[in-house]
Ligand binder design. Structure first.
Ligand SMILES: [Zn+2]
Length: 430
């Protein structure tokens, strides 16, 4: 724990602590963008004024004040900062080569909050916090605590001694300002269950830990043996608010031969079970996703499961995942909701994923490109599409952190005329 972060330990769910780190924040007005803020039912052209790291006003023709930086975003979408609630960003985790640095393919995709999905457990979550969560980078990192003490990456993920509900719950509680739930995954390599390897041990213990700390469970599951069918997971084991990630993986019975969504999916949803995309290297198949969505079963949230094995394809980033869902036929507003307000609600961080005044100024400015595009799933099959979201600006805590086209910046010729001796760096911002 470094000196800077020591003061916030044990604080209640804090988002503002990541802001205002050493930079003088400029006030900013985004002019004339198409604002989509599903949490507030807003889908209209409007201005957004950012002040001191927070959203100040969203409305029509907001007057500029002296010193405001104004950026014309006419023709672009303005959305809350994107939340990726399933990624692997414990980049220093000793036993796993899974994780990426939190800045890899995030800011460039409008992502301002990235949630590590249980790469670490009760033994090493504190180290993850030290190395990645309490960061000086301009991105918010949160995490699930794995029910397995040593986290992901090896045969210990099947050892009962690793799955200690009390220690997992205590870890989540101790880090409640940055821990968002309990994770269970990868408990299926064993082909035979015995006294030390009960079929539901990992899920049961994760739920027990979640009960103790009052948080949701995120479940990554593989119904390898008849002792643990998928239907029992979503109808008997998971609770309201628990999250089944990887919903369109090929191993789950989602649709019947006619493409109709199976009844247990609707029953589970009626029970309050949450279904998350969790694309991953093997968990998004068009043959499940397309018929399910076309039959009305749209996942609650979109997430990448981004890690070293899929960052160059087939996942790439959040926008690529969102574009697949968009081109299957889900509305733009719903795709934005599935990537902002929905994950914020699922991880119990309602101040995120919205442009509500007073909240952190985490904002994505997106372009909608039209043309002939191709999208690829985990089976390496393709689907054509004609729309593609692209990130034009990312703003984190009021700071512009991604601006590949220099939007709002002067041309070099204009700059040379106005500032004949630019022998200094004028701004750390983009
Ligand atoms: Zn994962």
């Amino acid at each position: 724990m470094d000196m800077e972060s020591g003061g916030v330990r044990g604080a209640s769910k804090s988002t503002s602590r990541h802001l205002n780190r050493g930079n003088v924040l400029s006030n900013l007005v985004l002019r004339n963008g198409h604002v989509i803020d599903p949490a507030n039912g807003l889908n209209a052209v409007a201005d957004v004024r950012v002040s001191s790291g927070t959203v100040e006003t969203v409305g029509q023709a907001i007057p500029a004040r002296p010193g405001d930086r104004e950026i014309d975003v006419t023709g672009f979408l303005v959305t809350p900062g994107i939340i990726d609630m399933h990624a692997h960003v414990a980049h220093t985790h000793a036993r796993s080569e899974l994780s990426l640095h939190p800045l890899v393919n995030t800011l460039s995709s409008g992502v301002t909050t990235v949630v590590d999905a249980g790469t670490t457990g009760w033994r090493d979550f504190a180290q993850f916090r030290h190395d990645a969560i309490d960061n000086r980078w301009k991105i918010r990192v949160l995490g699930f605590v794995n029910i397995v003490g040593s986290g992901m990456g090896g045969p210990w993920e099947h050892e009962s001694i690793e799955m200690n509900p009390k220690l997992a719950a205590a870890t989540a509680t101790m880090h409640a300002d940055v821990a968002v739930g309990i994770k269970t995954a990868h408990y299926w390599a064993k082909r035979r269950f015995d006294a030390d390897h009960a079929p539901w041990m990992a899920v049961d213990r994760a739920v027990e830990a979640a009960e103790l700390c009052g948080m949701p469970v995120m479940v990554d599951f593989f119904p390898t043996l008849p002792e643990r069918p998928y239907e029992d997971l979503i109808l008997k084991k998971m609770r309201a608010g628990d999250i089944h990630t990887h919903v369109f993986a090929q191993q789950f019975p989602i649709v019947d031969d006619n493409g109709s969504v199976l009844r247990h999916m609707h029953e589970a949803r009626d029970r309050g079970v949450i279904f998350d995309l969790g694309h991953g290297a093997g968990s998004f198949w068009f043959r499940n996703a397309v018929p399910a969505i076309q039959d009305g079963f749209v996942p609650d949230s979109i997430s990448t499961d981004l890690h070293t094995g899929n960052v160059a394809g087939v996942v790439i980033d959040m926008l690529t995942c969102m574009n697949k869902i968009l081109n299957i036929g889900v509305s733009l507003e719903q795709v934005i909701a599935m990537s902002t307000v929905a994950p914020a609600r699922e991880i119990n961080r309602p101040e995120l994923g919205t442009l509500t005044p007073g909240g952190p100024a985490d904002i994505a400015v997106l372009a909608m490109d039209e043309g002939d595009f191709t999208f690829v799933d985990c089976e390496r099959t393709t689907m054509p599409g004609d729309r593609r979201l692209r990130c034009e600006l990312t703003i984190y805590g009021g700071d512009i952190v991604y601006n590949p086209n220099g939007r709002g910046r002067a041309s070099w010729e204009q700059d040379a005329r106005n500032n004949p001796l630019p022998l200094h760096v004028r701004s750390q911002q983009f």
